[in-house]
Design a protein around this ligand. Structure first.
Ligand code: GNR
Ligand code: NI
Length: 167
């Protein structure tokens, strides 16, 4: 097990579109466990491979109170249903920033586990929000992209300033 380094906005590597996973097995399972461990340590409710500079389609999620319901989703595909609801989002790659974002309230998810076994399920509430947020990361998209360009510019400047101060 090992902790992975999380990239911070506006790092251009966060804009990379991840490639579908084709090699399943113990090595991918190990990476998935590192992704979960890094997510729990952060702490966060989700983490996409893109955020740790691995450009393969894999996400870790756990929105449970007791932090004991991990999901590792490989090659996730979403069908968005229901209404759009607004809720406050944050991101481990945009530390300290929380802003409302509109997401679909219910999603159908199909994915594989790290061994390549297919799965499908319906998600709603925070789990649906989180999975949509993570799948955006795999396409190089961040929650700040849903905000006004004025807000995004302010956030970029604030984070760059913090990054310079801590460098
Ligand atoms: O930890 C996280 N919390 C969160 C809260 C509301 C909506 C989305 C999230 S995901 C975030 C972790 C993260 O950045 N995942 O990519
Ligand atoms: Ni995020």
């Amino acid at each position: 097990m090992s902790l992975l380094n999380i990239l911070h906005y506006p790092d251009p590597r966060l804009r990379t579109k991840a490639k579908p996973v084709t090699q399943f097995g113990p090595e991918l399972k190990q990476f998935g466990d590192d992704l979960l461990e890094t997510m729990y340590a952060a702490p966060g409710i989700g983490l996409a491979a893109t955020q740790v500079n691995v450009h393969q389609r894999i996400i870790a999620v756990d929105v449970s109170e007791n932090r004991d319901e991990p999901y590792l989703l490989v090659n996730p595909e979403l069908t968005l249903t229901g209404e759009q609801l607004e809720s406050e989002e944050g991101c481990l790659s945009v530390p300290g920033i929380y802003e409302p974002v509109k997401r679909f309230e219910q999603i159908e998810v199909t994915a594989q586990d790290p061994m390549g076994n297919p799965m499908s399920f319906t998600a709603n509430g925070l789990l649906a929000v989180c999975i949509q947020h993570e799948c955006d990361h795999l396409d190089g998209k961040l929650f700040v992209d849903y905000l006004s360009s004025l807000k995004r510019t302010r956030i970029r400047k604030k984070l760059l300033k913090q990054q310079k101060a801590s460098a």
